[in-house]
Design a protein around this ligand. Structure first.
Ligand code: AHR
Length: 346
């Protein structure tokens, strides 16, 4: 091996340090990107600034809107947890519009926040702005909802529920209820916001689970945008168009609660004449379940604030973060809802 000499040795040292730096400080990381976001064992190692104290951390958070009880509980959890952690929170409400979220993300980039987090209103169309965040060296944490970007190095992690599994839980309960059915069971479905991860995934998980029973038939499926008002409006239309509805599957409690008003106005008994399954398990939904108006609720936990603040700290400190953090959730029958209701936090 040739001798390097003094200048050569310094150059070689500089080069090897640069290479090492490039491997460990990938800012939003790509170590887990190769493994894909569904690999829960994979971790990403974001850029480190371990010297930052909590009071110096600024988190930019773009919320979907205020469309449901779930969303209000989620907003409160994030705001309370940021306060408790001592971070500065820049909070922006997108009012269910992707363009507002993109504007908010760009404004966070301009303000040079330490970490950006957001709950994407829809799954597609984020690559450009995520690349801008990456170029600015600002790590992005997805909470609650995912994006469909192929390049998973554009965000550090996705913290939230497994929506496909939630749909499966709803479908499994229904399949069990009607396992001995000898006639067709007519199901209507109230979908969440078109193009959103929970609407896509809850529909897919449900369809996958009921497909083996040919009597379980989805006769109508339409968006109710996750709101009570739309849930009521669409259910009214379903009732008008279909004489014989056996089951309503609503992608959230708010739409189920709106639909209950429509069902009662039509002179029918929710939970009896029409069986109802919904998702979320917020207080109002649990109240309706405890009264027998909703038969089964799949829980979707909105209290993501404490976990998000921990992830933000880890990201700022340059600690490895799991590429996918799945929230733990349960289900409630009417009886179980009655028991759980008094201690329900949201
Ligand atoms: O993304 C979570 C979903 O969004 C909740 O189930 C729904 O209520 C909300 O609006």
């Amino acid at each position: 091996m040739k001798k390097l000499g003094k200048v050569g040795a310094v150059l070689a040292l500089t080069l090897s340090m640069t290479l090492l730096g490039a491997c460990s400080s990938n800012n939003g990381g790509n170590t887990a990107a190769d493994a894909g976001k569904t690999d829960s064992a994979a971790t990403k190692a974001p850029a480190a600034d371990a010297t930052k104290e909590a009071k110096d951390i600024t988190l930019g958070f773009s919320q979907v809107g205020a469309e449901s009880g779930w969303r209000s509980a989620n907003t409160k959890s994030i705001q309370d947890s940021a306060k408790e952690a001592g971070y500065t929170l820049k909070f922006s409400d997108a009012q269910q519009k992707q363009e507002n979220q993109i504007k908010a993300l760009r404004s966070f980039i301009q303000q040079k926040v330490d970490v950006i987090s957001f709950s994407p209103v829809v799954e597609s169309g984020w690559d450009t702005v995520l690349k801008e965040a990456k170029a600015a060296g600002i790590p992005v944490v997805l909470t609650d909802r995912a994006v469909d970007s192929k390049d998973t190095s554009l965000y550090v992690t996705f913290l939230g529920s497994d929506f496909v599994e939630e749909g499966r839980k709803a479908g499994k309960w229904l399949t069990e209820q009607y396992k001995d059915a000898s006639e067709d069971i007519n199901i209507v479905e109230l979908q969440g916001t078109t193009g959103s991860a929970p609407a896509n995934d809850r529909m897919a998980g449900f369809a996958e689970t009921i497909k083996d029973n040919p009597h379980l038939k989805v006769i109508a499926s339409q968006t109710g945008d996750f709101t009570r008002a739309k849930g009521k409006e669409v259910m009214q239309a379903f009732l008008k168009a279909n004489k014989d509805i056996d089951v309503l599957y609503a992608h959230n409690d708010d739409m189920a609660l709106g639909a209950i008003q429509a069902i009662e106005a039509a002179g029918l008994k929710p939970g009896q004449d029409i069986k109802i399954i919904s998702v979320d398990a917020v207080k109002d939904g649990m109240q309706a379940a405890s009264e027998g108006k909703i038969n089964f609720i799949v829980e979707c936990n909105p209290l993501l604030g404490p976990q998000l603040m921990q992830v933000v700290k880890d990201v700022v400190d340059g600690k490895p973060v799991e590429a996918r953090i799945v929230t733990e959730e349960t289900t409630f029958t009417s009886e179980q809802a009655k028991e759980a209701l008094p201690s329900r936090q949201y």
